[in-house]
Design a protein around this ligand. Structure first.
Ligand SMILES: [Zn+2]
Ligand SMILES: [Zn+2]
Length: 404
């Protein structure tokens, strides 16, 4: 089968994929509450004659294709939406007030269902097994710190997986193109809550207390030197304070300020350094007569694409979508829980362009006017299906180095 014909076959499914994506878009569900989405996916797989498990990682679905033995490749889409009020005036606008598919996970789910249909049409050519992972809860973690990906790992879903491929929509890239990048692509995303503790006093007699606001100001200013002065200039990192809360009245010295923020990094040693040195900087509060409590929570690790698998995707992408379709993806300080899979198996994450040529302005992810050019749906579906078929057909463990 020629690679290019898969794109033609996927394009024949375009109206169906658009219908699926719009239906999901209209009924977005938040992390770990993807009940209708999961039921829709399971029903669609059933229609296609693809067996699946439901309630995997709570609200996830895993479908199975192939002959039940041999090498295994997993294809992953996430399904959750965001607590954002949609401002797009379209017929398929979100019907769940305050919830919106503003990260394109509706598109990812539609692309993977499209790939499932294509693979079913070519089931006789599947030389091994394909796992279709419809993952819940990419956007948030639960009280125990789990996201959909860490639960998938805990439930052993990728224990028998030799390689995994994930897709994500990319508003900076036109529809029809994809972005690949070997090595580091997305950042480790950590969260901190820092309480600065002082001692209350009358504002007129401030010397009798310890002003937590002044301590917090010192800490915030000093934290700016972590990236600019402390980590090597050739390394990247971000420290951002997103919340500052404290104080009651103009004439009361504040005794407690809460600071909440995010720390992004790529290299494990830089991640360790930023955590350690944020602690040191917080201790400025102690040096100035106050105190602090720091709660630092590690989130998703940095997303690192396997070089060989990315090279393979680049070749399949050019054959399947055309030579001009494959571009180099930019490195970004965003985070993505697909990174967890890469800690356990060979993995690659693909950016799928969704910018429409007629749109005058950018429509970024996580904004109320985010939108996609739906012509990207068959592109993503074709790439996923072609990658799975060819990866299995070419599979030879001796050709793949290292983890897998
Ligand atoms: Zn997102
Ligand atoms: Zn996303």
């Amino acid at each position: 089968m020629a690679h290019h014909s898969l794109l033609t076959q996927a394009q024949a499914l375009a109206p169906e994929l658009t219908r699926i994506r719009r239906r999901l878009h209209q009924q977005p569900e938040l992390a770990f509450a993807e009940y209708h989405t999961a039921a829709f996916v399971a029903h669609r797989l059933h229609e296609l004659g693809i067996p699946c498990d439901t309630e995997v990682a709570r609200t996830g679905v895993v479908g199975y294709l192939g002959n039940g033995s041999g090498p295994t490749i997993a294809l992953r889409a996430d399904m959750d939406a965001l607590p954002i009020f949609e401002e797009n005036d379209v017929p398929y606008r979100s019907q769940h007030e305050g919830v919106m598919h503003a990260c394109g996970h509706d598109a990812h789910t539609a692309m993977l269902l499209g790939a499932a249909q294509l693979l079913k049409q070519h089931e006789g050519e599947i030389k091994g097994r394909v796992k279709l992972i419809f993952q819940p809860a990419e956007e948030t973690i639960d009280a125990e710190g789990n996201s959909g990906a860490t639960l998938m790992l805990a439930e052993g879903v990728i224990d028998d997986v030799d390689s995994i491929i994930g897709v994500h929509v990319e508003p900076a890239l036109p529809a029809g193109q994809i972005g690949l990048r070997p090595g580091s692509m997305l950042a480790a995303a950590d969260r901190f809550e820092l309480e600065i503790l002082g001692q209350a006093a009358h504002g007129a007699y401030a010397y009798q207390g310890v002003d937590a606001i002044v301590l917090a100001a010192q800490v915030i200013t000093a934290a700016q030197t972590l990236v600019s002065r402390r980590i090597p200039a050739v390394q990247e990192g971000v420290v951002s304070f997103g919340v500052i809360q404290g104080g009651m009245r103009e004439n009361v010295v504040c005794d407690r300020v809460l600071l909440v923020g995010t720390v992004r990094s790529f290299q494990p040693e830089i991640r360790d350094q930023l955590e350690r040195e944020l602690q040191q900087i917080a201790s400025i509060a102690r040096a100035m007569g106050g105190d602090y409590r720091l709660r630092y929570t590690r989130g998703t690790p940095s997303l690192v694409n396997d070089g060989q698998l990315t090279g393979f995707l680049s070749r399949i992408g050019r054959q399947c979508l055309g030579a001009e379709a494959v571009t180099e993806a930019a490195k970004s300080t965003g985070g993505e829980d697909f990174a967890w899979y890469g800690e356990r198996t060979r993995s690659a994450f693909v950016r799928v362009g969704v910018r429409h040529p007629d749109w005058p302005a950018r429509r970024p992810l996580h904004t109320p006017t985010f939108e996609i050019d739906e012509r990207a749906l068959p592109v993503g579906a074709a790439l996923l299906a072609a990658s799975a078929l060819h990866w299995l057909a070419e599979y030879d463990p001796s050709h793949w180095q290292g983890q897998g």
